[in-house]
Design a protein. Structure first.
Length: 145
C-alpha cells in the first residue's frame, strides 16, 4: 500500500468519528460559537474532539479532483479572457486561480489553474477550442496532478 489514507465506510467506524466531523462543520459554519457548544450539540467530549479533529474529515470537504495548469499569451483586448472562461465553464471545469501579468506590447501572459474533477478526458478538446480564439497564442498545458 502506497498511501497513508484509506476511504472507509463510516458504518465500520465508531460513531464519534462522524460526530467529530459534525462538530467541525458546526464550527466552520458558525452554528456553534465555540468547541464546547459544538461538542455538546453532537454528543461527544472535548477531549475526543481535540484528539481527532485534525485526523477526521468529511469526504465532501476534500477536493478529490484532478488539476490542470494552462498558460496562454493573450492580446490586451476586451472579452478574450471572458471567452476563455466561458469555454472552461462549458466543459464543467472549475477555475481555481487566474494569474495575469500586466500587458507588455499589448500582450499578457495568463495562467489558469483548473479543477477537472473526475473527468479530464475532454481537456485536450477544450485546449484546442481555446487555441482557436482570436487574440490567443501559445496556449499550452503546463502540468496536471
Amino acid at each position: 500500500m502506497q498511501g497513508k489514507y484509506l476511504i472507509v465506510d463510516k458504518d465500520l467506524l465508531p460513531s464519534y468519528f462522524e460526530k467529530v466531523a459534525q462538530a467541525k462543520e458546526l464550527l466552520d459554519e458558525g452554528r456553534a460559537g465555540d468547541v464546547s457548544e459544538a461538542v455538546r450539540m453532537v454528543g461527544i467530549s472535548r477531549s475526543t474532539y481535540y484528539k481527532y479533529r485534525d485526523r477526521v474529515r468529511d469526504i465532501s470537504t476534500v477536493s478529490m479532483g484532478r488539476h490542470a495548469i494552462i498558460s496562454m499569451m493573450m492580446s490586451h483586448r476586451v472579452g478574450i479572457l471572458s471567452t476563455v472562461i466561458g469555454i472552461i465553464s462549458r466543459y464543467d471545469y472549475s477555475v481555481w486561480t487566474i494569474t495575469q501579468n500586466p500587458p507588455v506590447d499589448a500582450k499578457a501572459n495568463v495562467v489558469i489553474t483548473l479543477e477537472l474533477g473526475e473527468d479530464a478526458g475532454a481537456l485536450n478538446e477544450m485546449l484546442r477550442e481555446i487555441s482557436n480564439i482570436p487574440g490567443l497564442s501559445k496556449v499550452q498545458l503546463l502540468g496536471m496532478d
